[in-house]
Design a protein around this ligand. Structure first.
Ligand SMILES: Cc1cc2nc3c(=O)[nH]c(=O)nc-3n(C[C@H](O)[C@H](O)[C@H](O)COP(=O)(O)OP(=O)(O)OC[C@H]3O[C@@H](n4cnc5c(N)ncnc54)[C@H](O)[C@@H]3O)c2cc1C
Length: 426
């Protein structure tokens, strides 16, 4: 909002940071360390609510793989991000937390966690770092707008913890309000509104790392079974777009698990474009069809005549899948093995190697790990994170049109962009 005030009041703070998530806390701490007087406004009752639930409460804060792997896992605007990343890499993130006394461990997939297994240690370290450098943190304080004068940042308007409207005058604002996923943590997309009011374009915002919903009749019978070592294909308009190996789970939200999450962003985009989407599950990725045929023959030879088809399925797939598989291929589970035909075994091979789940929908923002889309990076200076449209306005974190796969990359984006935004010249 453009302010009509003629003379500028001198503010108490060099920088006001809006949003006390991973990016905002990193930005505030960095700016304060560099000598700025910093005020951080957070609308929830305490900062970093989202950080506290990351990594299933354990916080996968970054990944030790090299920059090439980081580039491959970032799904949008890596070229924009790379300056921020090189300024503050995965190693910088690890050093930052270790210096704050948080011991770290690297686990499978080169993912880094606090050794304590507690995400709260990361949230607290970010907050303590800010307080160490005298950042003033005001919680229960909701920013309602960014004021400009003559096209430049002039201050912010907010509702304070007592419910009164207030203003804070400042020349620099770092907007770090996150995306719109898990809105219960405070990320409700307010920043998109402020940015667009100031002339910024917002690239189509949609859920990423989210469950894909199937209406397949067997899905509900497989619920809560964790299928490990599964190969999952994303098929769009009858063409395989991508495949991933790992865990697949059927939950009340749809199909989830590490392998599915890595496919979900492309699945969501295809659904939004009105395309036909399927997930095809290979439960026996180590065997090709011929090897599986041989294996089934050997299993059947070793079974007695009175064994049933269910026993054969049990030898090839997790127990909870016996009934759904039998239903899927329309073979009675109690059929004696001596009565099983070649047609039956061929159907079994087909479902084990390529069980097709049509996808009708995706789980909404409430359950999506990240938000894809956001403030258009073309309108932001990649060397500073400052707006190219409004001097004094900076962006950090998930509010930007940058998102990544699981593996600690999304928090690394928040830390790298937060750090660079915090390097601003006051
Ligand atoms: C369940 C879950 C698990 C995840 N696990 C991982 C993981 O293990 N590893 C990983 O890398 N990433 C993970 N992520 C993603 C990662 O948490 C986010 O990408 C990251 O936290 C984004 O940080 P941010 O600071 O940009 O935004 P947020 O964390 O969303 O912070 C924004 C802050 O701004 C505040 N705010 C919003 N509007 C206003 C306003 N008007 N006034 C004042 N304050 C405002 C909000 O209350 C919030 O505190 C996970 C996400 C979820 C939901």
């Amino acid at each position: 909002m453009e302010n009509d005030k003629e003379t500028l009041d001198s503010g108490h703070y060099d920088v006001v940071v809006i949003g006390g998530g991973a990016a905002g806390l990193m930005a505030a701490g960095t700016a304060a360390k560099n000598g700025s007087r910093v005020l951080l406004l957070e609308k929830m009752e305490k900062p970093a609510r989202k950080v506290r639930i990351t990594g299933k409460g354990r916080c996968n804060l970054t990944n030790t793989r090299d920059e090439e792997a980081f580039r491959e896992n970032v799904r949008a605007n890596y070229d924009f991000l790379k300056i921020a990343y090189r300024e503050f890499t995965n190693r910088s993130t690890m050093r930052f937390f270790e210096k704050l006394g948080v011991k770290l461990v690297t686990e499978r997939g080169d993912r880094v966690f606090p050794d304590s297994g507690k995400a709260a240690d990361i949230a607290n370290a970010l907050e303590f770092n800010c307080r160490d450098y005298n950042v003033r943190i005001e919680c229960n304080t909701r920013v309602t707008g960014i004021m400009t004068l003559g096209g430049k940042v002039y201050g912010v308007e907010y509702i304070n913890h007592r419910g009164f409207p207030r203003r804070e005058y400042t020349d620099n604002v770092i907007l770090a309000t996150g995306g719109v996923s898990y809105p219960g943590t405070g990320s409700t997309g307010d920043g998109y509104l402020f940015a667009s009011e100031l002339g910024h374009s917002i690239v189509n915002v949609r859920p990423s790392l989210t469950a894909l919903v199937t209406s397949h009749p067997q899905a509900e019978y497989i619920r809560d079974v964790v299928l490990k070592n599964t190969n999952l294909k994303l098929v769009v308009d009858d063409q395989t777009i991508k495949e991933e190996f790992g865990e697949v789970t059927f939950t009340d939200r749809g199909i989830e698990g590490a392998a599915e999450l890595r496919l979900s962003r492309d699945g969501v985009d295809a659904l939004l474009e009105g395309k036909k989407v399927k997930l095809v599950m290979d439960l026996k990725p180590a065997l090709d069809e011929q090897m599986l045929r041989e294996r089934i023959r050997r299993e059947m030879e070793s079974m007695s005549e009175t064994d049933t088809f269910a026993e054969l399925v049990r030898r090839l797939a997790p127990k909870p899948l016996i009934v759904p598989i039998c239903k899927e291929i329309d073979v009675h589970s109690k059929l004696y093995i001596s009565k099983v035909t070649e047609k039956d075994t061929e159907r079994l091979i087909k479902v084990l190697k390529g069980w097709v789940f049509p996808i009708d929908d995706y789980s909404p923002f409430e359950h999506a790990v990240v938000t894809a889309g956001g403030v258009d990076c073309n309108e932001v200076n990649e060397f500073t994170m400052e707006s190219k449209k409004v001097p004094g306005l900076y962006f950090a974190g998930e509010i930007l049109d940058i998102d990544a796969n699981t593996g600690g990359y999304n928090l690394q984006i928040a830390f790298s962009t937060g750090h660079l935004a915090g390097m601003l010249k006051k």
